[in-house]
Design a binder for this molecule. Sequence first.
Ligand code: T5A
Length: 208
Amino acid sequence: MEGAGKTTQVELLRHRFSQEGVSHTVSREPGGTAVGEGIRELLLERREMEISPETELFLILAARAAFVREVVTPALARGEVVLADRFQLSTFAYQGFGRGLELEAVRTANRFATGGLSPDLTVLLDVPVLEGLGRQRAMGKVRDRMEDGGQDFLRKVREGYRTLAREEEDVVLLDGTLSSEAVHGRVVELLRTRFPGHFPETFTASPG
Ligand code: T5A
């Protein structure tokens, strides 16, 4: 969700990975490539421009196609863990549930953009809409096109996320209203249990 703490958690995890010698790549979506950053600006900041839900979907997927080919696939080939603050679950929630595009069509188009590559794990940080928006306001974030959709739109997005988390095995919902440190501890435990043997012994919720 908006303001749920994704950037904060990615930073905490990036720090731990660096400390533990886990090779990794961190990127953001939409963005992470030259074309993706251009699309991000068009999509989120050019709020005066009318963009239909279908156009919005294909802009996001165009950015994702570049992201997968230029960032994710090469990093995986180098044996790195790839951390992204958003990926396809955001598309299912925002463009599918939020904008009302048919979910199966969104999934099919997404599969074409990713070439079928799918995350091993998606962590959903769940916070009430008003709490997330309040955090964004407190940090002085400028509203973007998605937030222009209003609270009803964002409530549909949240319900969509929660539905997807119930249905999809590789999506795990965590309570994003806990402290950043508590959420980080749960993320680390989740990674350790989901991918046994993949991380060093010292990679635990309470280091040292
Ligand atoms: N989008 C994206 C789609 O519609 N479809 C898609 O397929 C994709 C990929 C991207 C926009 O694009 C849309 C969705 C989005 O609208 P974005 O900037 O990447 O936008 O995402 P935002 O959610 O808008 O990013 P934010 O930076 O606002 O939120 P974060 O990253 O979730 O939150 P973070 O870590 O920056 O924290 C926000 C504030 O809360 C504090 C932080 O210190 C910070 O001040 N905070 C906490 N406070 C209390 N308790 C905690 N646990 C906290 N964790 C962080």
